[in-house]
Design a protein. Structure first.
Lengths: 506, 243
């Protein structure tokens, strides 16, 4: 990779002028060299300038050194060279570029729609409407084959998505996942922003990851306005993010137990998850942390009384959680269902660019809090929890370890400062954003790496805002994990990943 | 591990809510300045209106972010701890200028069928998963929905009604209509969350509708973003005549 590529860190902005605009061949060569050297593409998107020109932006991460490399290309033709065949980690990014800008990734092995958008994000560049779910599914023909279609409306209380299984008896030969049902047009609404409704929409990108996405957004605003947040605010944000992690992991572990019929753990975890959510509500009144993180700091402080309340609730919560999970680990028949189910190798995980607990369960040591620490994680470290089997058991183990690590982290933070933590001075929302810049912000949400990238125009408004939820990387991993599995293990595998439909669909 | 009996005493006792919980807003229009429009202009969702010297808030659009309360220089707006906010008519969600009239019981025919046992099919039509999560939690033992004879079922064929979250994204419109058609009559439709009531923070986007009412007739509106599980539970119990 050429040494001329501008290098930035998490939570930084650089002027667009500093990013070299390369010809398409040179651009893809930079990506090829980068990925061959072990860098990861964390965001890759297109910005249509006019009827004939699209600027492609890509950022690669060097996790070992905590560095990010930005590169761009100006494309004046209708296509650009695809790298998906050789580097599957970019396959979905390329399909999305096609759907959002109309450019064709030449040579993409499987150019399917991503969100079945009925309207383009650019008013001046309409896209032909598509019927959702109407795609070329990879099918197996044969008298003994049967094709199972699940969704969009699912049996449980869950978001919609379409799953197409090609089965021979119980054996799944191929699973294809078709999403887009939750598409609300968030990226389109960001153009020209930020608007008054933008912070609310950022909290709802994935409603169960409000703290994660909102922190990523606030970090973008803060870096584009050169604002610093107080240490207290940083600490409260970290506490909130870890509480979000604990609540969701507890819920997932309970649901995994439920999916194999082990009801004691399912029942306990259902309650304990609520206990964690209520801890977030102690800080801000809302169980999902809405309004807790705001540009410039936090919407709420944390006084002594709240801290003591949280400490006692956390102790009880961890105690209950540990007992509930030990019931599960002590049940050989339950563990047997998790063992070796939905296995992904470490090599495949790296090949596909998986992130979060799903990647860590395969032995990939990848965590934004360690590799590209943002906010308070620059001062207080949390151990990275990994396992090595890459199966449902591994993903459950990683969650089990992460809750324990997060609780310890939260307790350390709560006990470290005995005085009232203030929320910081009010942020001037009229402060202009740096114009003509690219800003990037990474957060380790509970599902994995969240990446927000903003491109500002000459007036300091968003020209383009790209949100990459960890689910964007991981849905393909789930599809791969089902190959060779029993279809009856699908709920278990699905729950072990527990990906966001709306985070993918935006 | 013994956790003992953990089901909340609600509805026989008031619900346990967080200290900072924001429930039904109250507005004292007499405090408002004649030409003051700070809250009207400060609300990102355009949920507040000021007409005829009365300030009204549409809690069907409100996400309970509390900005209006913080912005008001005269303390005219206050979010109370009242969790009971469901309504049977959309217009009753516009409040602040008159006392709030909540959810009414269903009509006699459906009430007689659903009072003691109702099965609901949940459809997420563009919801962000927060409303879905707070509906799901009703099945856990603190709330224990099944003790009221209320259950969520896996198929619309088994259901007495639909509980819908999300603004109804265009991509989910057909699936939602088909699910509604597959549910046998008589049936009820419950819209949970500001997105399902009015399109919420996504109202005006080409990709979504402005709530369930644009597609289907709604019998119960439950405001919030997301509504607290007790708000959802209270709404369903009121409309089935249990409380």
């Amino acid at each position: 990779m050429s040494k001329n590529l501008p290098c930035l860190r998490n939570e930084q902005a650089i002027s667009l002028k500093e990013i070299p605009v390369l010809k398409d061949i040179d651009f893809v060569n930079e990506l090829i060299t980068g990925m061959s050297e072990g860098l990861r593409v964390i965001t890759y998107f297109g910005d249509r300038i006019n009827q004939t020109e699209v600027i492609l932006y890509a950022v690669m991460a060097d996790d070992r050194n905590g560095l990010l490399y930005a590169v761009s290309s100006s494309v004046n033709s209708e296509s650009f060279p695809s790298l998906a065949g050789r580097f599957p980690q970019v396959q979905l990014f390329e399909r999305e570029i096609h759907e959002q800008t109309g450019l064709v990734p030449e040579g993409h092995p499987w150019l399917k729609p991503v969100r079945f958008q009925s309207s383009s994000i650019y008013d001046s560049f309409p896209v032909p409407p598509k019927l959702i779910g109407d795609a070329d599914f990879f099918r197996i023909e044969g008298k003994e084959i049967h094709e199972v279609a699940v969704g969009p409306v699912h049996a449980g209380i869950i978001e919609p998505g379409h799953f197409r299984f090609q089965c021979h008896g119980e054996n799944v030969y191929h699973l294809e996942i078709s999403l887009g049902y939750q598409h609300r047009g968030i990226e389109k609404a960001m153009i020209g922003g930020p608007y008054p409704v933008t912070p609310l929409q950022m909290e709802a990108v994935a409603g169960d990851t409000s703290i994660g996405h909102m922190t990523a957004y606030c970090q973008i605003i803060e870096t584009l306005t050169k604002s610093n947040i107080t240490a207290s605010s940083g600490q409260i944000r970290a506490i909130a993010l870890e509480l979000e992690r604990c609540a969701n992991h507890t819920g997932d572990l309970g649901a995994l137990a439920g999916d194999v019929g082990f009801l004691p753990t399912m029942s306990y975890c259902g309650r304990i998850r609520g206990d964690f959510l209520n801890m977030t509500a102690v800080i801000c009144g809302n169980r999902f942390g809405r309004g807790l993180v705001i540009p410039g700091g936090t919407g709420f402080g944390l006084n002594k009384k709240q801290s003591s309340e949280l400490i006692s609730r956390m102790e009880k919560g961890l105690d209950d959680f540990t007992s509930a999970l030990n019931l599960l680990w002590d049940s050989p028949s339950t563990v047997n269902r998790f063992d070796s189910t939905g296995r992904i190798s470490k090599k495949l995980a790296m090949y596909l660019g998986l992130v979060g607990p799903a990647a860590r369960a395969c032995g990939c040591i990848k965590d934004v809090r360690q590799d590209h620490p943002d906010g308070y994680y620059r001062f207080a470290q949390i151990p990275v929890c990994t396992y090595d089997t890459g199966d449902v058991f591994g993903r459950a183990q990683v969650r089990w370890q992460e809750v324990q690590a997060s609780v310890e982290f939260i307790m350390q933070q709560l006990e470290s400062e005995q005085n009232n933590r203030l929320s910081g001075k009010p942020f001037d929302t009229n402060k202009p954003l740096k114009s003509g810049a690219l800003a990037i912000s990474l957060v380790e949400g509970w599902r994995g790496e969240i990446c927000h990238t903003a491109i500002t125009d000459a007036k300091g408004h968003f020209r383009r805002y790209k949100i990459v939820d960890p689910s964007f990387h991981n849905w393909f991993g789930l599809a791969q994990a089902l190959r060779g599995e029993q279809i009856s293990d699908f709920p278990l595998c699905n729950k072990s990943f527990n990906l966001s439909y709306c985070g993918h669909d935006l | 591990m013994k956790q003992g009996y953990r089901t909340a005493k609600y509805p026989l006792a008031p619900p346990v809510l967080p200290d900072l919980f924001k429930g039904l807003p109250e507005i004292d229009s007499s405090r408002c300045g004649l030409d003051c429009r700070i809250c009207v202009e400060g609300c990102a969702l355009k949920a507040i209106e000021r007409t005829d010297e009365q300030t009204k808030i549409d809690i069907g659009k409100c996400t309970f972010c509390g900005s209006c309360e913080k912005l008001c220089p005269l303390n005219a707006i206050h979010f109370t701890k009242q969790h009971s906010m469901a309504a049977s008519k959309r217009e009753n969600l516009i409040t602040g200028h008159k006392p709030f009239s909540g959810a009414a019981k269903l009509d006699p025919r459906r009430l007689s069928m659903f009072k003691r046992s109702i099965r609901l099919r949940q459809v997420s039509a563009g919801g962000c998963n927060a409303c879905e999560a707070d509906v799901n939690v009703l099945n856990t033992l603190v709330f224990d929905l099944s003790r009221f004879g209320i259950q969520f079922v896996a198929s619309p064929r088994h259901a007495d009604g639909l509980l819908i979250t999300g603004p109804v994204s265009k991509n989910m419109e057909l699936a939602l209509k088909k699910t509604y058609d597959a549910t046998p009559s008589p049936k009820i439709v419950i819209a949970v969350g500001s997105c399902a009531i009015s399109g919420g923070m996504f109202a005006g986007h080409d990709e979504v509708n402005k709530g369930v009412s644009e597609i289907l007739p709604v019998d119960l509106f439950i405001p919030g973003c997301p509504p607290h599980p007790y708000t959802i539970l209270d709404g369903i119990l009121k409309c089935t005549g249990r409380i």
